[in-house]
Design a protein around this ligand. Structure first.
Ligand code: HEC
Length: 162
């Protein structure tokens, strides 16, 4: 008898508790509004297209927020990706980086492309078009090498930092 009662109370708590928690979670709003562009990366169209498809959702101020990014708790995960991504590398603010910073970030990008760690696997599952083919990788690499070579050398002090 009492066990039955306990079970009923427990399942009631779950039935009310989970939707309740999810409902409350929706109240924490997220910055879905994209910040303005501050010197977007300039690159040949085919390079730009690939970066837009594969990287811009997290590494630019032109994030396309999917429908599930409006639903907590998934929205929190998307927000974390976008915030963390923009902080490390923001193609929309490329023009405001120092040449040495740009060079360092390009070298970072090369490393992530070599290691195939970007875009993250969970993003590739949800956005099959974001995966980079070996040909894309080769083209991006070639462009990056030329960009790295073109960045002005500021001073010997800065060079030593790299
Ligand atoms: C789903 C979001 C997402 C996408 C899409 C994405 N990134 Fe990232 N990226 C991140 C996050 C989050 C970080 C920060 C990781 C950290 O702080 O540890 C990051 C970090 C980086 C870094 C900094 C170095 C490092 O390894 O942490 C580079 C470089 C980078 N990403 C390149 C790229 C490139 C190039 C693309 C496209 C080919 C891309 N990312 C696509 C989320 C993303």
């Amino acid at each position: 008898m009492t066990e039955d009662f306990e079970m009923r109370k427990l399942s009631q708590a779950i039935l009310i508790g989970i939707p309740g928690a999810l409902l409350i979670a929706q109240f924490r709003t997220i910055q879905w509004a994209n910040p303005p562009l501050k010197g977007d990366l300039v690159a040949p169209p085919q390079i730009k297209t690939r970066l837009r498809q594969a990287c811009y959702d997290c590494h630019s101020n032109e994030t396309q927020w999917p429908w599930y990014s409006y639903i907590a708790p998934i929205s929190w995960l998307v927000e974390r990706d976008v915030e963390g991504g923009r902080r490390q590398l923001n193609f929309s603010e490329w023009g405001s980086y120092y040449p040495t910073t740009r060079k360092r970030k390009l070298q970072w990008v090369e490393r992530t492309l070599h290691g195939e760690t970007m875009p993250p696997w969970h993003y590739r599952i949800l956005h099959p078009g974001a995966s980079l083919t070996p040909q894309d990788l080769a083209e991006l690499e070639k462009w990056m090498e030329s960009e790295i070579a073109e960045q002005p050398q500021k001073s010997s002090e800065n060079n030593m930092e790299n």
